[in-house]
Design a protein around this ligand. Structure first.
Ligand code: NAD
Length: 459
């Protein structure tokens, strides 16, 4: 079948893979190619064992792969054939040199610009899909315009707002799609081309067009606001523990106010994921580079509260287990940074596990999807960690269970059986507040939720 348009996506990760699968599904007239330098990843995208887990993704990939969705490592051919190139490479926090630990590392990003110049024969629209610092498009445009072939590249911004764990649903029915372009004739024309693609399945009123810089900055601000909600409620949770207030009741009470709203008000062990922390650090770095120190400090506090919350969680475990964890088996239920994903990047479980190991605890980790990544994240301490697929076996002989990821299956376990298999007194620290604490208490557990009164069998 000949296709009207060729789209290429550089980067077959958590964003590139699902986004392109949905575009291919909804736009059968477009040929979509996803390219990556990682051969193993591409081989898995071309197999039944996809490199990432997202509910609903397998089915879509199975339907469109080979029809109008293709995964390849052939950068040269893919670039030369593409009309529109999405750049969805990783933009991690810089770990060296100027801005280390704060600024975005744009080396992968810049490399793609040079690859695009090298392999292009005609004009193309370049879409920033990765999350980048505001004004990155200016640098991208400069690099691309330096090509000696006289080719016009139009850089536009189209940040991705999907959340891992619900990526497919978020892509099928997004709250909004954001497209930013230069307010020039060619900029507007490029934006309109992208609008037409999304409009094949998304109502027009949900497709927002803005200037380029608003679009780039909106993505960082959106993540900062989401993380801020979590840190705001988390900052209140220790106060609840001191005063017998219940953070769940507070969330319900304040969330009923339509100006505040109900979402993202669950107190927890803290947020994780590859984006929140890095995007806030990036926002802080940008603010500081413009000497906006108050803005920088304001957002920095969101990260400080997050670290405080996970540290506080472990400190409580130490305190309640009689001030020593030496030789005690502690079971972590969940290692993914959130439910329905195998992604563990910046998962609070990593720091929780490491802090427990510092205390010489015997750590056992169970997770339905993330053990493969846990093995990588804890490679240097694997001799002291047990990875166990079965939560019942993980709990057997443990002194304490720590709920670190809000997997639904953890709500449905037989806690009577678990209690019977544990060392006594048995403790549960519910870092996600997902369990029935009263019922657990009746079974004999000492229960420590976040921001709620503890339920113990001692005074
Ligand atoms: N993960 C999320 O939930 C999410 C959500 C919204 C936005 N984002 C942003 O999207 C971007 C991508 O995130 P991700 O989670 O998909 O990252 P990822 O690490 O899962 O995937 C990026 C991929 O790009 C590939 N790559 C790097 N340089 C390349 C090159 N020159 N040519 C070909 N492939 C190359 C890497 O091999 C990797 O497979 C980041 O900027 C991130 O901040 C992520």
């Amino acid at each position: 079948m000949s296709h009207k348009k060729n789209i290429l996506c550089i980067g077959a990760g958590y964003v590139g893979g699902p986004t392109m699968a949905v575009i291919a599904l909804k736009c059968p007239g477009i040929r979509v190619t996803v390219v990556d330098i990682n051969e193993e990843k591409i081989a898995r995208w071309n197999s039944d064992d996809l490199p990432i887990f997202e509910p609903g993704l397998d089915e879509i990939v199975r339907e469109v792969r080979g029809r109008n969705l293709f995964f390849t490592t052939d950068v040269f051919e893919s670039i030369s054939q593409a009309d529109i190139i999405f750049v969805s490479v990783n933009t991690p926090t810089k770990s060296f040199g100027l801005g280390a630990g704060a600024a975005a590392d744009l080396q992968f990003w810049e490399k793609t610009a040079h690859q695009i110049i090298e392999h292009s024969e005609g004009p193309k629209i370049i879409v920033e899909k990765s999350t980048v610092p505001v004004k990155t498009a200016e640098a991208m445009q400069r690099i691309l315009s330096s090509n000696k072939k006289g080719i016009h590249f139009e850089v536009i911004s189209n940040p991705e707002f999907l959340a891992e764990g619900s990526a497919v649903q978020d892509l099928l029915q997004p709250d909004r799609v954001l497209i930013g372009s230069l307010q020039t004739e060619s900029g507007r024309k490029a934006a309109a081309e992208l609008v037409d693609i999304y409009a094949q399945w998304i109502p027009r009123e949900r497709i927002l067009t803005t200037n380029l810089w608003s679009s780039e900055l909106s993505k960082l601000v959106a993540n900062a606001f989401l993380a801020q909600r979590i840190s705001s409620i988390n900052s209140i949770s220790p106060l609840c523990e001191k005063t017998q207030a219940d953070v769940g009741e507070i969330a319900r009470a304040i969330g009923a106010d339509s100006r505040i709203g109900t979402k993202f008000l669950n107190a927890s062990v803290g947020f994780g994921g590859s984006c929140f922390k890095k995007d806030i650090m990036n926002l802080v770095y940008i603010a500081r580079s413009y000497e906006l120190h108050e803005t920088a400090e304001y957002w920095e506090m969101v990260l400080r509260i997050n670290d405080f919350q996970s540290r506080r969680f472990v400190n409580r475990v130490i305190r309640e287990l009689f001030h020593t964890l030496v030789g005690k088996r502690i079971a972590l239920f969940g290692f993914a940074f959130k439910a329905n994903t195998g992604d563990t990047r910046e998962s609070p479980a990593i720091s929780v596990a490491r802090h427990l190991l510092e205390e010489h605890a015997r750590v056992v980790i169970t997770d339905p999807k993330a053990l493969e990544n846990a093995r990588i994240d804890l490679a240097d301490v694997l001799d002291r960690v047990e990875l166990e697929e079965d939560p019942y076996r993980a709990a057997a002989g443990a002194r304490a269970l720590l709920i670190v990821t809000e997997w639904d299956e953890y709500r449905r376990l037989d806690y009577e059986k678990i209690h019977a298999s544990m060392e006594k007194p048995a403790f549960i620290f519910d870092g996600r507040n997902i369990l029935d604490h009263q019922a657990l208490h009746r079974l004999g557990f000492n229960v420590f939720p976040i921001g709620k009164p503890a339920l113990t069998h001692y005074a």
